[in-house]
Structure formats: C-alpha cells, structure tokens
Design a protein around this ligand. Structure first.
Ligand code: SAM
Length: 226
C-alpha cells in the first residue's frame, strides 16, 4: 500500500531539496503526486481508485508536452506519464497542476520494469514510446530499449486491441523497431490507430522537426491469440 511522505513545499527552506529516497510518492505544491516506483516490486493500479477507464501510457515522457496535450484532449481517460528522471517529472507535475488536469498520474519508473512487473496484466489501452534514446554508437546498442525482450514484456500489459505507438528520427533504429515488432506474435500494423493525435508533438520531436529532421511514427494493434 502507498503511504504519504512528508516532503515540505519547495519554498520551505533547505530541507525541501531532500531527494525522496525510499518514499513511495513525491508530493509537489499542488495535487498531483509522482509515484516513486524505483526500488520496488509492487504492482500498481494504473487507475488509482478512479474506476475502470481507458488508460494511456507515455513511456519516457520527458518534459511532458505530448502527455499534457493527450490529457487535455481526453479528460475521461487516465493518462500515465513515466520517466526515470525525477527532475523532468517535477516539471511535468507543475504543468499538470497549472492546467488543473485531474486525469494524469506520474510514475518515476524504469521502462523495462514498468512493462515487466510494475503494471498489471492487460491494463493499458495505448502505449506511446516517443523519441526513445537511439544509442547510435555501435558499442552502446545494447542500451536500446526496443528489443524482442522488451516487446514481449510490453505485450503483457496491453489490453486486447490496445495500441503500441512509437516514433523515432533515427532510421537504423526504425528498421530495428519494424523488424522486432513485425516478429512479435499478436502485434499487427495499425497505421490509423493514432490519427486522432497526429497533431500532438513531443518536445524532442518539435526540436528535431525544427532542425529539418524527419520523425517517423509507427503504430501496432495487439490482437491476442484466442
Ligand atoms: C530522448 S528523451 C524523449 C522524451 C519525450 N518522449 C520527447 O519525445 O520529448 C528520452 C526520455 O526517456 C527517459 N528515459 C531514458 N531511459 C529510460 C528508462 N530506462 N526508463 C524510463 N525512462 C527513460 C529519459 O529520461 C528522457 O526523458
């Protein structure tokens, strides 16, 4: 079970800079908390007592532009934003509060762990993995997230008919993603599955588009075997 941690408001003096080590969630100045899911094996309920609704997950949400656009467009859905970097999540937390959004949950979590054991089976209706680090150097390739191992874990959390949406500007990584997703049993290309949000951009995507780089989006639907 989660319990509250006493972290003072940011203007409350030196102790406010304490890192929330061993805390289960991080309370900012407003109402949205950051659930700290590093160093835990708990399974979390992505709807957090909100009742069963559609749940979207922005994995590695960064500064949150896409996540915020999605949450504003679909206030009836729960939108989860996850990232390992607490500083980025805190920035998103402040924006969520500023916009008065009530349908966002922020998770400090490592992507593979989130897919492997932190979320319940079949709990997510659309996963967005946008502009993940491409690790272009040959000696760093092993750090890339999207492998058949990761896709196998991801399939566990996808609800039937759920959508996996991925974007990258890195052509070699795109080829790898297409090959890995193409081999995964149960994933079928679904090119129109993100048409409703084609106008929403991430912070990295905007930056890359401004630099003249091309960002390609792929989407797949999960059709489980009978
Ligand atoms: C290139 S940025 C993209 C951010 C955002 N999706 C965008 O497009 O603006 C990658 C993000 O993934 C996060 N990240 C990297 N490795 C991660 C991991 N193993 N688990 C969770 N988040 C990770 C980083 O902290 C960063 O915010």
């Amino acid at each position: 079970m989660e319990k509250a941690c006493k972290v003072k408001p940011r203007n409350a003096g030196a102790s406010s800079t304490r890192r929330p080590r061993n805390k289960l969630f991080f309370q900012g100045d407003g109402t949205v908390v950051i659930h700290i899911l590093t160093n835990t094996y708990s399974v979390i309920d992505p709807c957090f007592a909100r009742g069963a609704r559609e749940v979207e997950l922005d994995m590695g949400c960064g500064k949150g532009r896409f996540l915020l656009g999605l949450a504003r467009r679909y206030p009836e859905r729960v939108v989860l934003g996850s990232d390992v970097m607490l500083g980025r999540l805190r920035r998103v937390q402040r924006k969520v509060d500023r916009f008065g959004l009530r349908n966002v949950e922020l998770l400090r979590a490592e992507n593979l762990e989130l897919a492997a054991f932190l979320l319940p089976d079949r709990s997510i209706h659309r996963v967005h993995l946008l502009c993940p680090d491409p690790w272009p150097k040959a000696r760093h390739r092993g750090r890339r997230l999207i492998t058949s191992e990761f896709i196998g874990r991801l399939l566990r959390i996808l609800a039937p008919q759920a959508v996996f949406h991925v974007a990258t500007d890195h052509a070699p990584y795109l080829e790898v993603i297409e090959a890995v997703a193409g081999k995964a049993s149960g994933l079928e290309p679904a090119p129109t599955a993100v048409d409703d949000i084609a106008d929403l951009r991430t912070d990295f995507e905007l930056q890359w588009l401004a630099e003249g780089r091309q960002v390609r989006h792929l989407s797949y639907r999960f059709i489980p075997a009978e």
